[in-house]
Ligand binder design. Structure first.
Ligand code: NAP
Length: 261
């Protein structure tokens, strides 16, 4: 990397030309918005989908003139992360940017929460995040350059209601982010998380439909509106780019002011 300030202008330091990114859960919602934003900044993108294929996102990216392909994997399966990483590496190469965005939520009272639901949420939201980070991280460490961005949640800080496995797994994601950042910072691999507030996606459709909860949520957001997936794009590009090279182990809240209140 050239010495900062010598010839790289500040906006150039946000560019991702020639980088390969892997974004999980990129078929829609926050993952699709992040994948497209990284491509707009210059990256090629491996777009992961599960039940819904990420073909449409890959198509949007190719229309921008960037390379993209879609990959399917169930990250709830014990070998899902390994299979996904192997398929991406074989077809597109080792990603220099990994966005662990795929996640699921299951709602029930803690006293009735099934062991099966608990295991599935933790597998998708935490175990697969660790395994993908480990696989992608090894190649990044060898290359001495890499960025990992984990999508956490406000429930990395707060307990939530009727979502014990989600809160526990997202709290784990925040701690894992710091643990990996500590080990890998000296080898130029930055590991950060983004904690989105309340965004309009499938993940929050139950809350959006519940008039009382929806009003309570809106009343507490200083910005006075739900987030749109594109509201996450700037933070993701920043953390993926050389502009963020001295930022690591951070959990960046993007929430319209919720946590400040
Ligand atoms: P979303 O549209 O439901 O996206 C979740 C993605 O995760 C989907 O693409 C889904 O794919 C994938 N996924 C779920 N289970 C999977 C599995 N077993 N294997 C592989 N992929 C799986 O919701 P979103 O809001 O964009 O969520 C993206 C991330 O942001 C999640 O980690 C979520 O926890 C986090 N988040 C969202 C909000 C919000 O307000 N929306 C707030 C805080 C954090 P399939 O549907 O195909 O299975």
């Amino acid at each position: 990397m050239p010495a900062i300030g010598v010839w790289m202008g500040i906006l150039d330091r946000f560019r991702l030309d020639g980088r390969l990114a892997l974004v999980t859960g990129a078929a829609g919602g926050l993952g699709a918005a992040i994948a497209v934003a990284l491509a707009e900044a210059g990256a090629s993108v491996a777009c992961h989908g599960n039940r819904r294929a990420a073909d449409e996102t890959a198509e949007r990216i190719r229309a921008l003139g960037r390379d993209a392909a879609s990959f399917a994997a169930d990250l709830g399966a014990a070998d899902g992360a390994d299979r996904l990483y192997e398929a991406v590496a074989a077809k597109m190469g080792a990603p220099e940017i990994l966005v662990n965005n795929a996640g699921m939520i299951y709602r029930d009272e803690a006293e009735n929460y099934s062991a099966e639901a608990w295991m599935q949420v933790v597998q998708v939201n935490l175990n697969s995040v660790f395994r993908l980070s480990q696989l992608a991280g090894r190649a990044m460490l060898e290359r001495r350059r890499g960025k990992i961005i984990n999508i956490a949640s406000l429930l990395a800080f707060q307990g939530g209601i009727r979502v014990p496995a989600y809160a526990a797994s997202k709290g784990g994601v925040a701690q894992l982010t710091k643990a990996l950042a500590n080990e890998w910072a000296g080898r130029n691999v930055q590991v950060n998380a983004i904690a989105p507030g309340y965004f309009r996606t499938e993940n929050t459709s139950a809350l959006q439909k519940d008039e009382t909860r929806s009003r309570q949520i809106l009343d507490r957001i200083p910005a006075g509106r739900w987030g749109e997936p594109e509201d996450l794009a700037g933070a993701a590009v920043f953390l993926a780019s050389p502009a963020g090279d001295y930022v690591t182990g951070e959990v960046l809240v993007v929430d319209g002011g919720w946590m400040a209140r």
